[in-house]
Design a binder for this molecule. Structure first.
Ligand SMILES: Cc1cc2nc3c(=O)[nH]c(=O)nc-3n(C[C@H](O)[C@H](O)[C@H](O)COP(=O)(O)OP(=O)(O)OC[C@H]3O[C@@H](n4cnc5c(N)ncnc54)[C@H](O)[C@@H]3O)c2cc1C
Length: 481
């Protein structure tokens, strides 16, 4: 008789934790299958350090095969679930489709960038939700500073050296805080021009703006963290504008709510996230776009299906009537509870309701600055930074020595003013159901197709059926690298 199969869709905070807990508990007694588009777990909280050149991308990408030895990894993006037949359908990274039977299913597909209906934003802004976007931003910022340094036109230099971040939650705040230090470091390297080249004079210093419609930065966190973050950003020269948003984005800049036009080529969209579109596609009940589950993380009416993390509307038992916030802190703990309750469904232990009280938050503000309130004790300055970094190291399931090595190197050496140009603007559109994968151009039709060696392309592949934004329609004009 075949072993029972538990399929987990999504290897983020919740899915990774569930897979690890289940594999340790079952020790081969059940088959644990993890379906994910990439072969790594992305430690998202350190992504701002990737876009600002402190950490190399593989440092925050923890190998699934290397750290989950008793878990079968299936590379693919799930695009349908047949609940009657208990099968999922997925498309692998080469466009081939496949099906998998499950006995139990755990959905942990996370979230994607949230869009607002503001003219021009979908075309001209970039999000910050996955590795491709972080790599794009690092290259883009490096390129803007280099182009600003080499132009004779002061207006062009100013626009290239202006970076606008919309959304002052923890993502936007960290991106702006790290971004300013990164561009200052790049500017210093461009400020030693040969004779006759303008270089980055003082009147062309990089300028970062951080906008939010809320009255304070970090609006969802403790006010003391907001005050610390605001103070650090202002001292660093970041132009923080609260109760302010964007009315329109164009290729030359952004029009603010108050009518001011900011010339820029860099609009970074950090206004929040919405659940992965798979949640809507599978046709189960949702609440605020998230898949409805009970406090045991079970999907009502589907006895073999559970869900958790950002994608699920998990009742918050500490705040009756609310759902748990979309944070890694909750996703990890829900992953553990989901694993425990899955095991209970096989008769191992008793199921447990999910209940977790917020333990505080850590915001890395770059340099030696941070704002944190572990166990609700407010911290600021270098100590907060130390605690934040220590927490991240402890929370990462691997790569700790590599991360430490990069931090040490960053303390000793200037950031590298190098852009590789591997991720282009069109391959990371803001509106994407797969921010974890960069879009690739459609392959040229082959003169003599070799039917044996060509992978069969799936017509219903999620990445191909997505609406193409204007930003995504440039591949023909961009050289392929
Ligand atoms: C820049 C940044 C910084 C952050 N910092 C913090 C922080 O400091 N503290 C904190 O608590 N939270 C932080 N968060 C939020 C936190 O990362 C999320 O709440 C958390 O990742 C949610 O976990 P999850 O498992 O639900 O989803 P994710 O971690 O997003 O994982 C979802 C997984 O599912 C995969 N997937 C998606 N669709 C499919 C599909 N159709 N088929 C198969 N696989 C699929 C994805 O590739 C991904 O691997 C941060 C987020 C960002 C973007």
């Amino acid at each position: 008789m075949s072993r029972s199969r538990i399929v987990i869709v999504g290897a983020g905070f919740a899915g990774y934790q569930a897979a690890r807990t289940l594999s340790r508990q079952f020790r081969g007694a059940a088959e644990i299958v993890l379906v994910n588009p990439n072969d790594y777990f992305l430690y998202m909280p350190l992504l701002p350090e990737v876009s600002s050149g402190i950490l190399e991308p593989r440092r925050v990408s923890v190998s699934l095969a290397g750290t989950l030895p008793r878990v079968r990894l299936v590379l693919g993006e799930v695009d349908g679930v047949d609940f009657d037949r208990r099968h999922i359908h997925y498309v692998n990274p080469e466009g081939q489709g496949g099906e998998l039977r499950y006995d139990r299913l755990l959905l942990t597909v996370g979230s994607v960038n949230k869009l607002l209906p503001i003219p021009g934003v979908a075309e001209h802004a970039h999000g910050f939700r996955g590795m491709p976007e972080a790599l794009y931003l690092r290259d883009h910022v490096t390129r803007q500073v280099a182009l600003a340094a080499s132009t004779d036109d002061p207006a062009e230099a100013e626009a290239r050296c202006t970076f606008v971040v919309v959304g002052a939650g923890y993502t936007g705040t960290e991106v702006a805080a790290h971004g300013k230090l990164f561009t200052d470091s790049l500017a210093r390297q461009h400020n030693r021009p040969p004779l006759g080249v303008p270089g980055l004079r003082d009147d062309r210093r990089p300028r970062w703006m951080l906008l939010d419609i809320a009255p304070r930065v970090l609006p969802e966190l403790d006010e003391r963290l907001s005050r610390t973050a605001h103070r650090v950003l202002r001292k660093r020269g970041v132009d923080v504008r609260t109760e302010m948003s964007v009315k329109e984005a164009t290729k030359d800049g952004v029009l603010l709510d108050d009518g001011e036009f900011i010339p820029t080529h860099s609009l970074i969209w950090c206004v929040g996230v919405r659940p992965d579109p798979l949640v809507e596609d599978i046709g189960l009940e949702t609440a605020r776009g998230r898949l409805v589950v009970d406090e045991y993380l079970r999907v009502p009416g589907q006895p073999d299906v559970m869900a958790c993390g950002d994608a699920a509307a998990v009742p918050d038992l500490t705040r009756p009537g609310e759902f748990t916030p979309m944070t890694a802190q909750h996703a990890v703990r829900q992953g553990k509870v989901a694993a425990r309750n899955l095991a209970a469904s096989y008769g191992y232990g008793a199921p447990r309701a999910y209940k977790h009280r917020d333990l505080g938050f850590m915001v890395d503000l770059g340099g030696v600055q941070g704002a944190a309130n572990p166990l609700h004790v407010p911290l600021s300055g270098p100590f907060a930074n130390l605690v934040t970094r220590g927490y991240h190291l402890a929370a990462m399931p691997g790569n700790r020595i590599r991360v430490l090595a990069d931090w040490a190197l960053d303390g000793l050496l200037p950031r590298q003013a190098v852009q590789l140009g591997l991720v282009r603007s069109w391959s990371v559109p803001l509106e994407s159901s797969s921010p974890e994968t960069a879009r690739v151009p459609e392959p040229e039709p082959q003169a003599e197709p070799d039917s044996k060696s060509e992978p069969k392309s799936e017509p219903d592949s999620k990445s191909k059926s997505e609406p193409e934004s204007a930003a995504a329609s440039e591949p023909a004009s961009e050289p392929e690298r």
